[in-house]
Design a protein around this ligand. Structure first.
Ligand code: F6R
Length: 611
């Protein structure tokens, strides 16, 4: 979603804004712009397309030396991607950038037209700029104008605002959209949508609380509550470095992040296994309280939703507690039945996904205990849930989520194991054995799997020109297929679907013709024979079958195939970890072979902060 950067200080603002925007590119965008201001005037340059287009435009114009400015990458919601619809947007007294969606923008526009305002763009943001302008024209008080405008606006927002008569000061406020504030002494102050944008300058930052205005100048940062009184915000420290947010020699972030899986899993699991047993350090999750949950809802979007499917399989298998996995955008409106003893788990890499956040609020409003499993520290979902388990995957930059999926699955496994202790559905010794395997074997088996890269690249070459690809499997394998299929379609633009192998004959098999690639996954012994029947059905109709199988099963059953890859061995229960790495690498290579923008697939954003 949109990216915001703002800088005011002693240095020229344009290079700082452009660099900041580059670090926010991963959020997804289709146009970009900056406004800089000095005592005299505000200059705005905007361009549809990639940042390089904006950069060229800036290079072609007179050098801008102003030391205060705001920048924005826009992911179109209201109005097509165009120069005019790009941010910043200006009104008589101010210029601003915005991330989020203003739901009552039409109403606001109507009201403003009634008092003489006109609009040049189709955006909700321009309506917000002019609403703020209307209030500012009355009071000439930035705080009063901002709080008044926010009382009218419905929806989500993070704003960066420059008032014409207050050069070198930037104001900011947010609701349901992320924004951080930072100051580097001797240099200046920043606002940004995410940490990588400021990491080059400082490791300390404030995560702006909702409803608090930040006023930044070259000398420092002041925060005000809605009573317009100064308030303090918590200064936080970044515990990862620039290197971690860069490609580190890999051609793409996605490949780098797949290679980071062993380390990410180690970091996520190690602190949660004490004396050989799962331990979360959260009373409700470690004590008997856990046994009182008689039903679980896992709510998430996209890849996180697919991790939820793995969670369902493992929790139901081990802890025997019924689990409902739900797409957050459905959950929030469906009015699902939530019972007092239910637990709602929100899974999210970013912790800012609008639908997941809304689902969390929906559950909390009904008094249901909520647990967030989130990667980004201090994100909205993490802060609002009753308790949070952080995944320690480090920053995930590629739009296609990979390591975040693996760590989400790993925490759901640990939770399932902790529940078995509370519910007494497994012997402590068995839990200990599984925990030990998770800690000692998962990172190394993924490292082994990464060595199969060349073989997987070979399969990618075979399917790179396909128009359709099907993924089949049963039980956990089917859950994994849903993720493999999403990975492929989102970054390679090949149509792909995942099917429970037994479901094929109820319709989809009519799509199987000569040469259609079918990726078959067989790691679950209980259903392997059944999956093999499904594979036979597609093979006999001409499908190109690429099978990924557990060694033991490939030896026991004759798996029909054109290509067969043996997934490195680990206890069957833990097979999803190496298996998903294979699926991720396959999707990666197809996209790279097609020469596509692997890390920034079209139309997608890393953090979906609008509905
Ligand atoms: C796909 C992908 C998305 C996200 C989804 C939820 O590779 O990354 O499907 O998983 O948008 O995002 P988070 O986990 O940030 O809530």
């Amino acid at each position: 979603m949109c990216g915001i950067i703002g800088y005011t200080g002693n240095r020229k603002s344009v290079p700082i804004l452009l660099e900041g925007l580059k670090t926010l590119e991963y959020r997804g965008y289709d146009s970009a712009g900056i406004s800089v201001t000095d005592d005299q005037s505000v200059t705005t340059v905007k361009a549809k397309g990639r940042l390089s287009v904006l950069e060229n435009k800036l290079n072609a114009s007179e050098e801008l030396t102003a030391t205060c400015g705001i920048g924005h990458t826009r992911w179109a919601t209201h109005g097509e991607p165009s120069d005019i619809n790009s941010h910043p947007h200006s009104a008589e007294h101010l210029t601003l950038v915005h991330n989020g969606i203003i739901e009552n923008y039409a109403e606001i526009g109507e009201m403003l037209r009634g008092v003489g305002y006109t609009f040049v763009s189709e955006t909700d943001t321009e309506r917000a700029a002019k609403l703020l302008d209307m209030f500012y024209a009355k009071s000439h008080d930035p705080l009063e104008a901002i709080f008044s405008a926010c009382r009218v606006i419905r929806g989500s927002y993070a704003f960066g605002i420059m008032f014409n008569d207050r050069p070198e000061v930037i104001y900011s406020i947010r609701k349901d959209s992320p924004l951080i504030v930072a100051h580097e002494s001797g240099n200046g102050s920043f606002i940004a949508s995410d940490i990588p944008a400021i990491l080059k300058y400082t490791r300390s930052y404030y995560r702006l609380e909702e409803g608090v205005v930040a006023q930044i100048s070259k000398d420092g940062v002041v925060f005000y509550n809605s009573e317009m009184e100064p308030v303090s915000q918590t200064l936080e420290e970044v515990d990862w470095d620039v290197e971690q947010a860069q490609k580190g020699g890999y051609p793409h972030f996605m490949l780098k992040e797949i290679h980071e899986e062993p380390e990410a899993l180690r970091k996520t699991l190690e602190p949660r296994i004490k004396d050989g047993l799962p331990h979360f350090g959260i009373e409700q999750l470690d004590g008997e309280f856990l046994a009182h949950f008689t039903g679980i809802h896992i709510v998430a979007c996209g890849t996180a939703y697919h991790a939820g499917l793995i969670g369902k399989a493992i929790i139901e298998k081990l802890a025997r507690v019924p689990v409902n996995v739900e797409i957050a955008s459905e959950f929030r409106y469906r009015d699902p039945i939530l019972r007092p003893n239910d637990l709602v788990i929100l899974l999210s890499q970013s912790g800012e996904t609008a639908d997941t956040l809304a689902a969390l609020r929906h559950a909390k409003a009904q008094g249901i205990y909520t647990l967030a499993i989130v990667n980004v520290i201090g994100s909205s979902v993490a802060r609002e849930a009753d308790s949070v388990l952080y995944t320690w995957a480090g920053p995930e930059i590629a739009v296609a989520s990979t390591k975040a999926y693996s760590v989400q699955c790993s925490l759901l496994y640990l939770l399932a194991l902790r529940m078995t202790l509370a519910n007494r559905t497994l012997e402590e010794e068995t839990v200990r054995r599984i925990c030990d395997s998770m800690l000692t074997k998962i990172p190394s088996v993924i490292a082994e799997t990464l060595k199969l890269n060349d073989q997987i690249y070979g399969y990618a070459k075979q399917i790179v020109n396909a128009e359709h690809v099907f993924y089949i499997g049963r039980d956990m394998d089917w859950a994994l297929c849903t993720e493999g299929s999403l990975k492929l379609k989102e970054i390679s633009y090949i149509h792909s679907e995942a099917y429970a192998a037994g479901e094929l004959k109820h319709g989809t098999i009519s799509l199987i013709t000569d040469g259609i690639p079918v990726i078959a996954l067989t790691t679950v012994s209980k259903v392997c024979e059944k999956t093999v029947s499904g594979i036979r059905e597609v093979k006999s109709r001409g499908a190109l079958v690429i099978a990924f199988a557990a060694r033991e099963l490939a030896e026991k059953y004759e798996i029909p195939h054109d290509e067969l890859l043996i997934i490195p061995e680990i206890d069957e229960l833990l097979m999803p970890f190496p298996a998903v790495t294979v699926l991720q690498l396959l999707a990666y290579h197809v996209s790279a072979l097609k020469g596509l923008d692997v890390d920034k697939p079209r139309n997608l954003a890393k953090s979906v902060t609008v509905e």
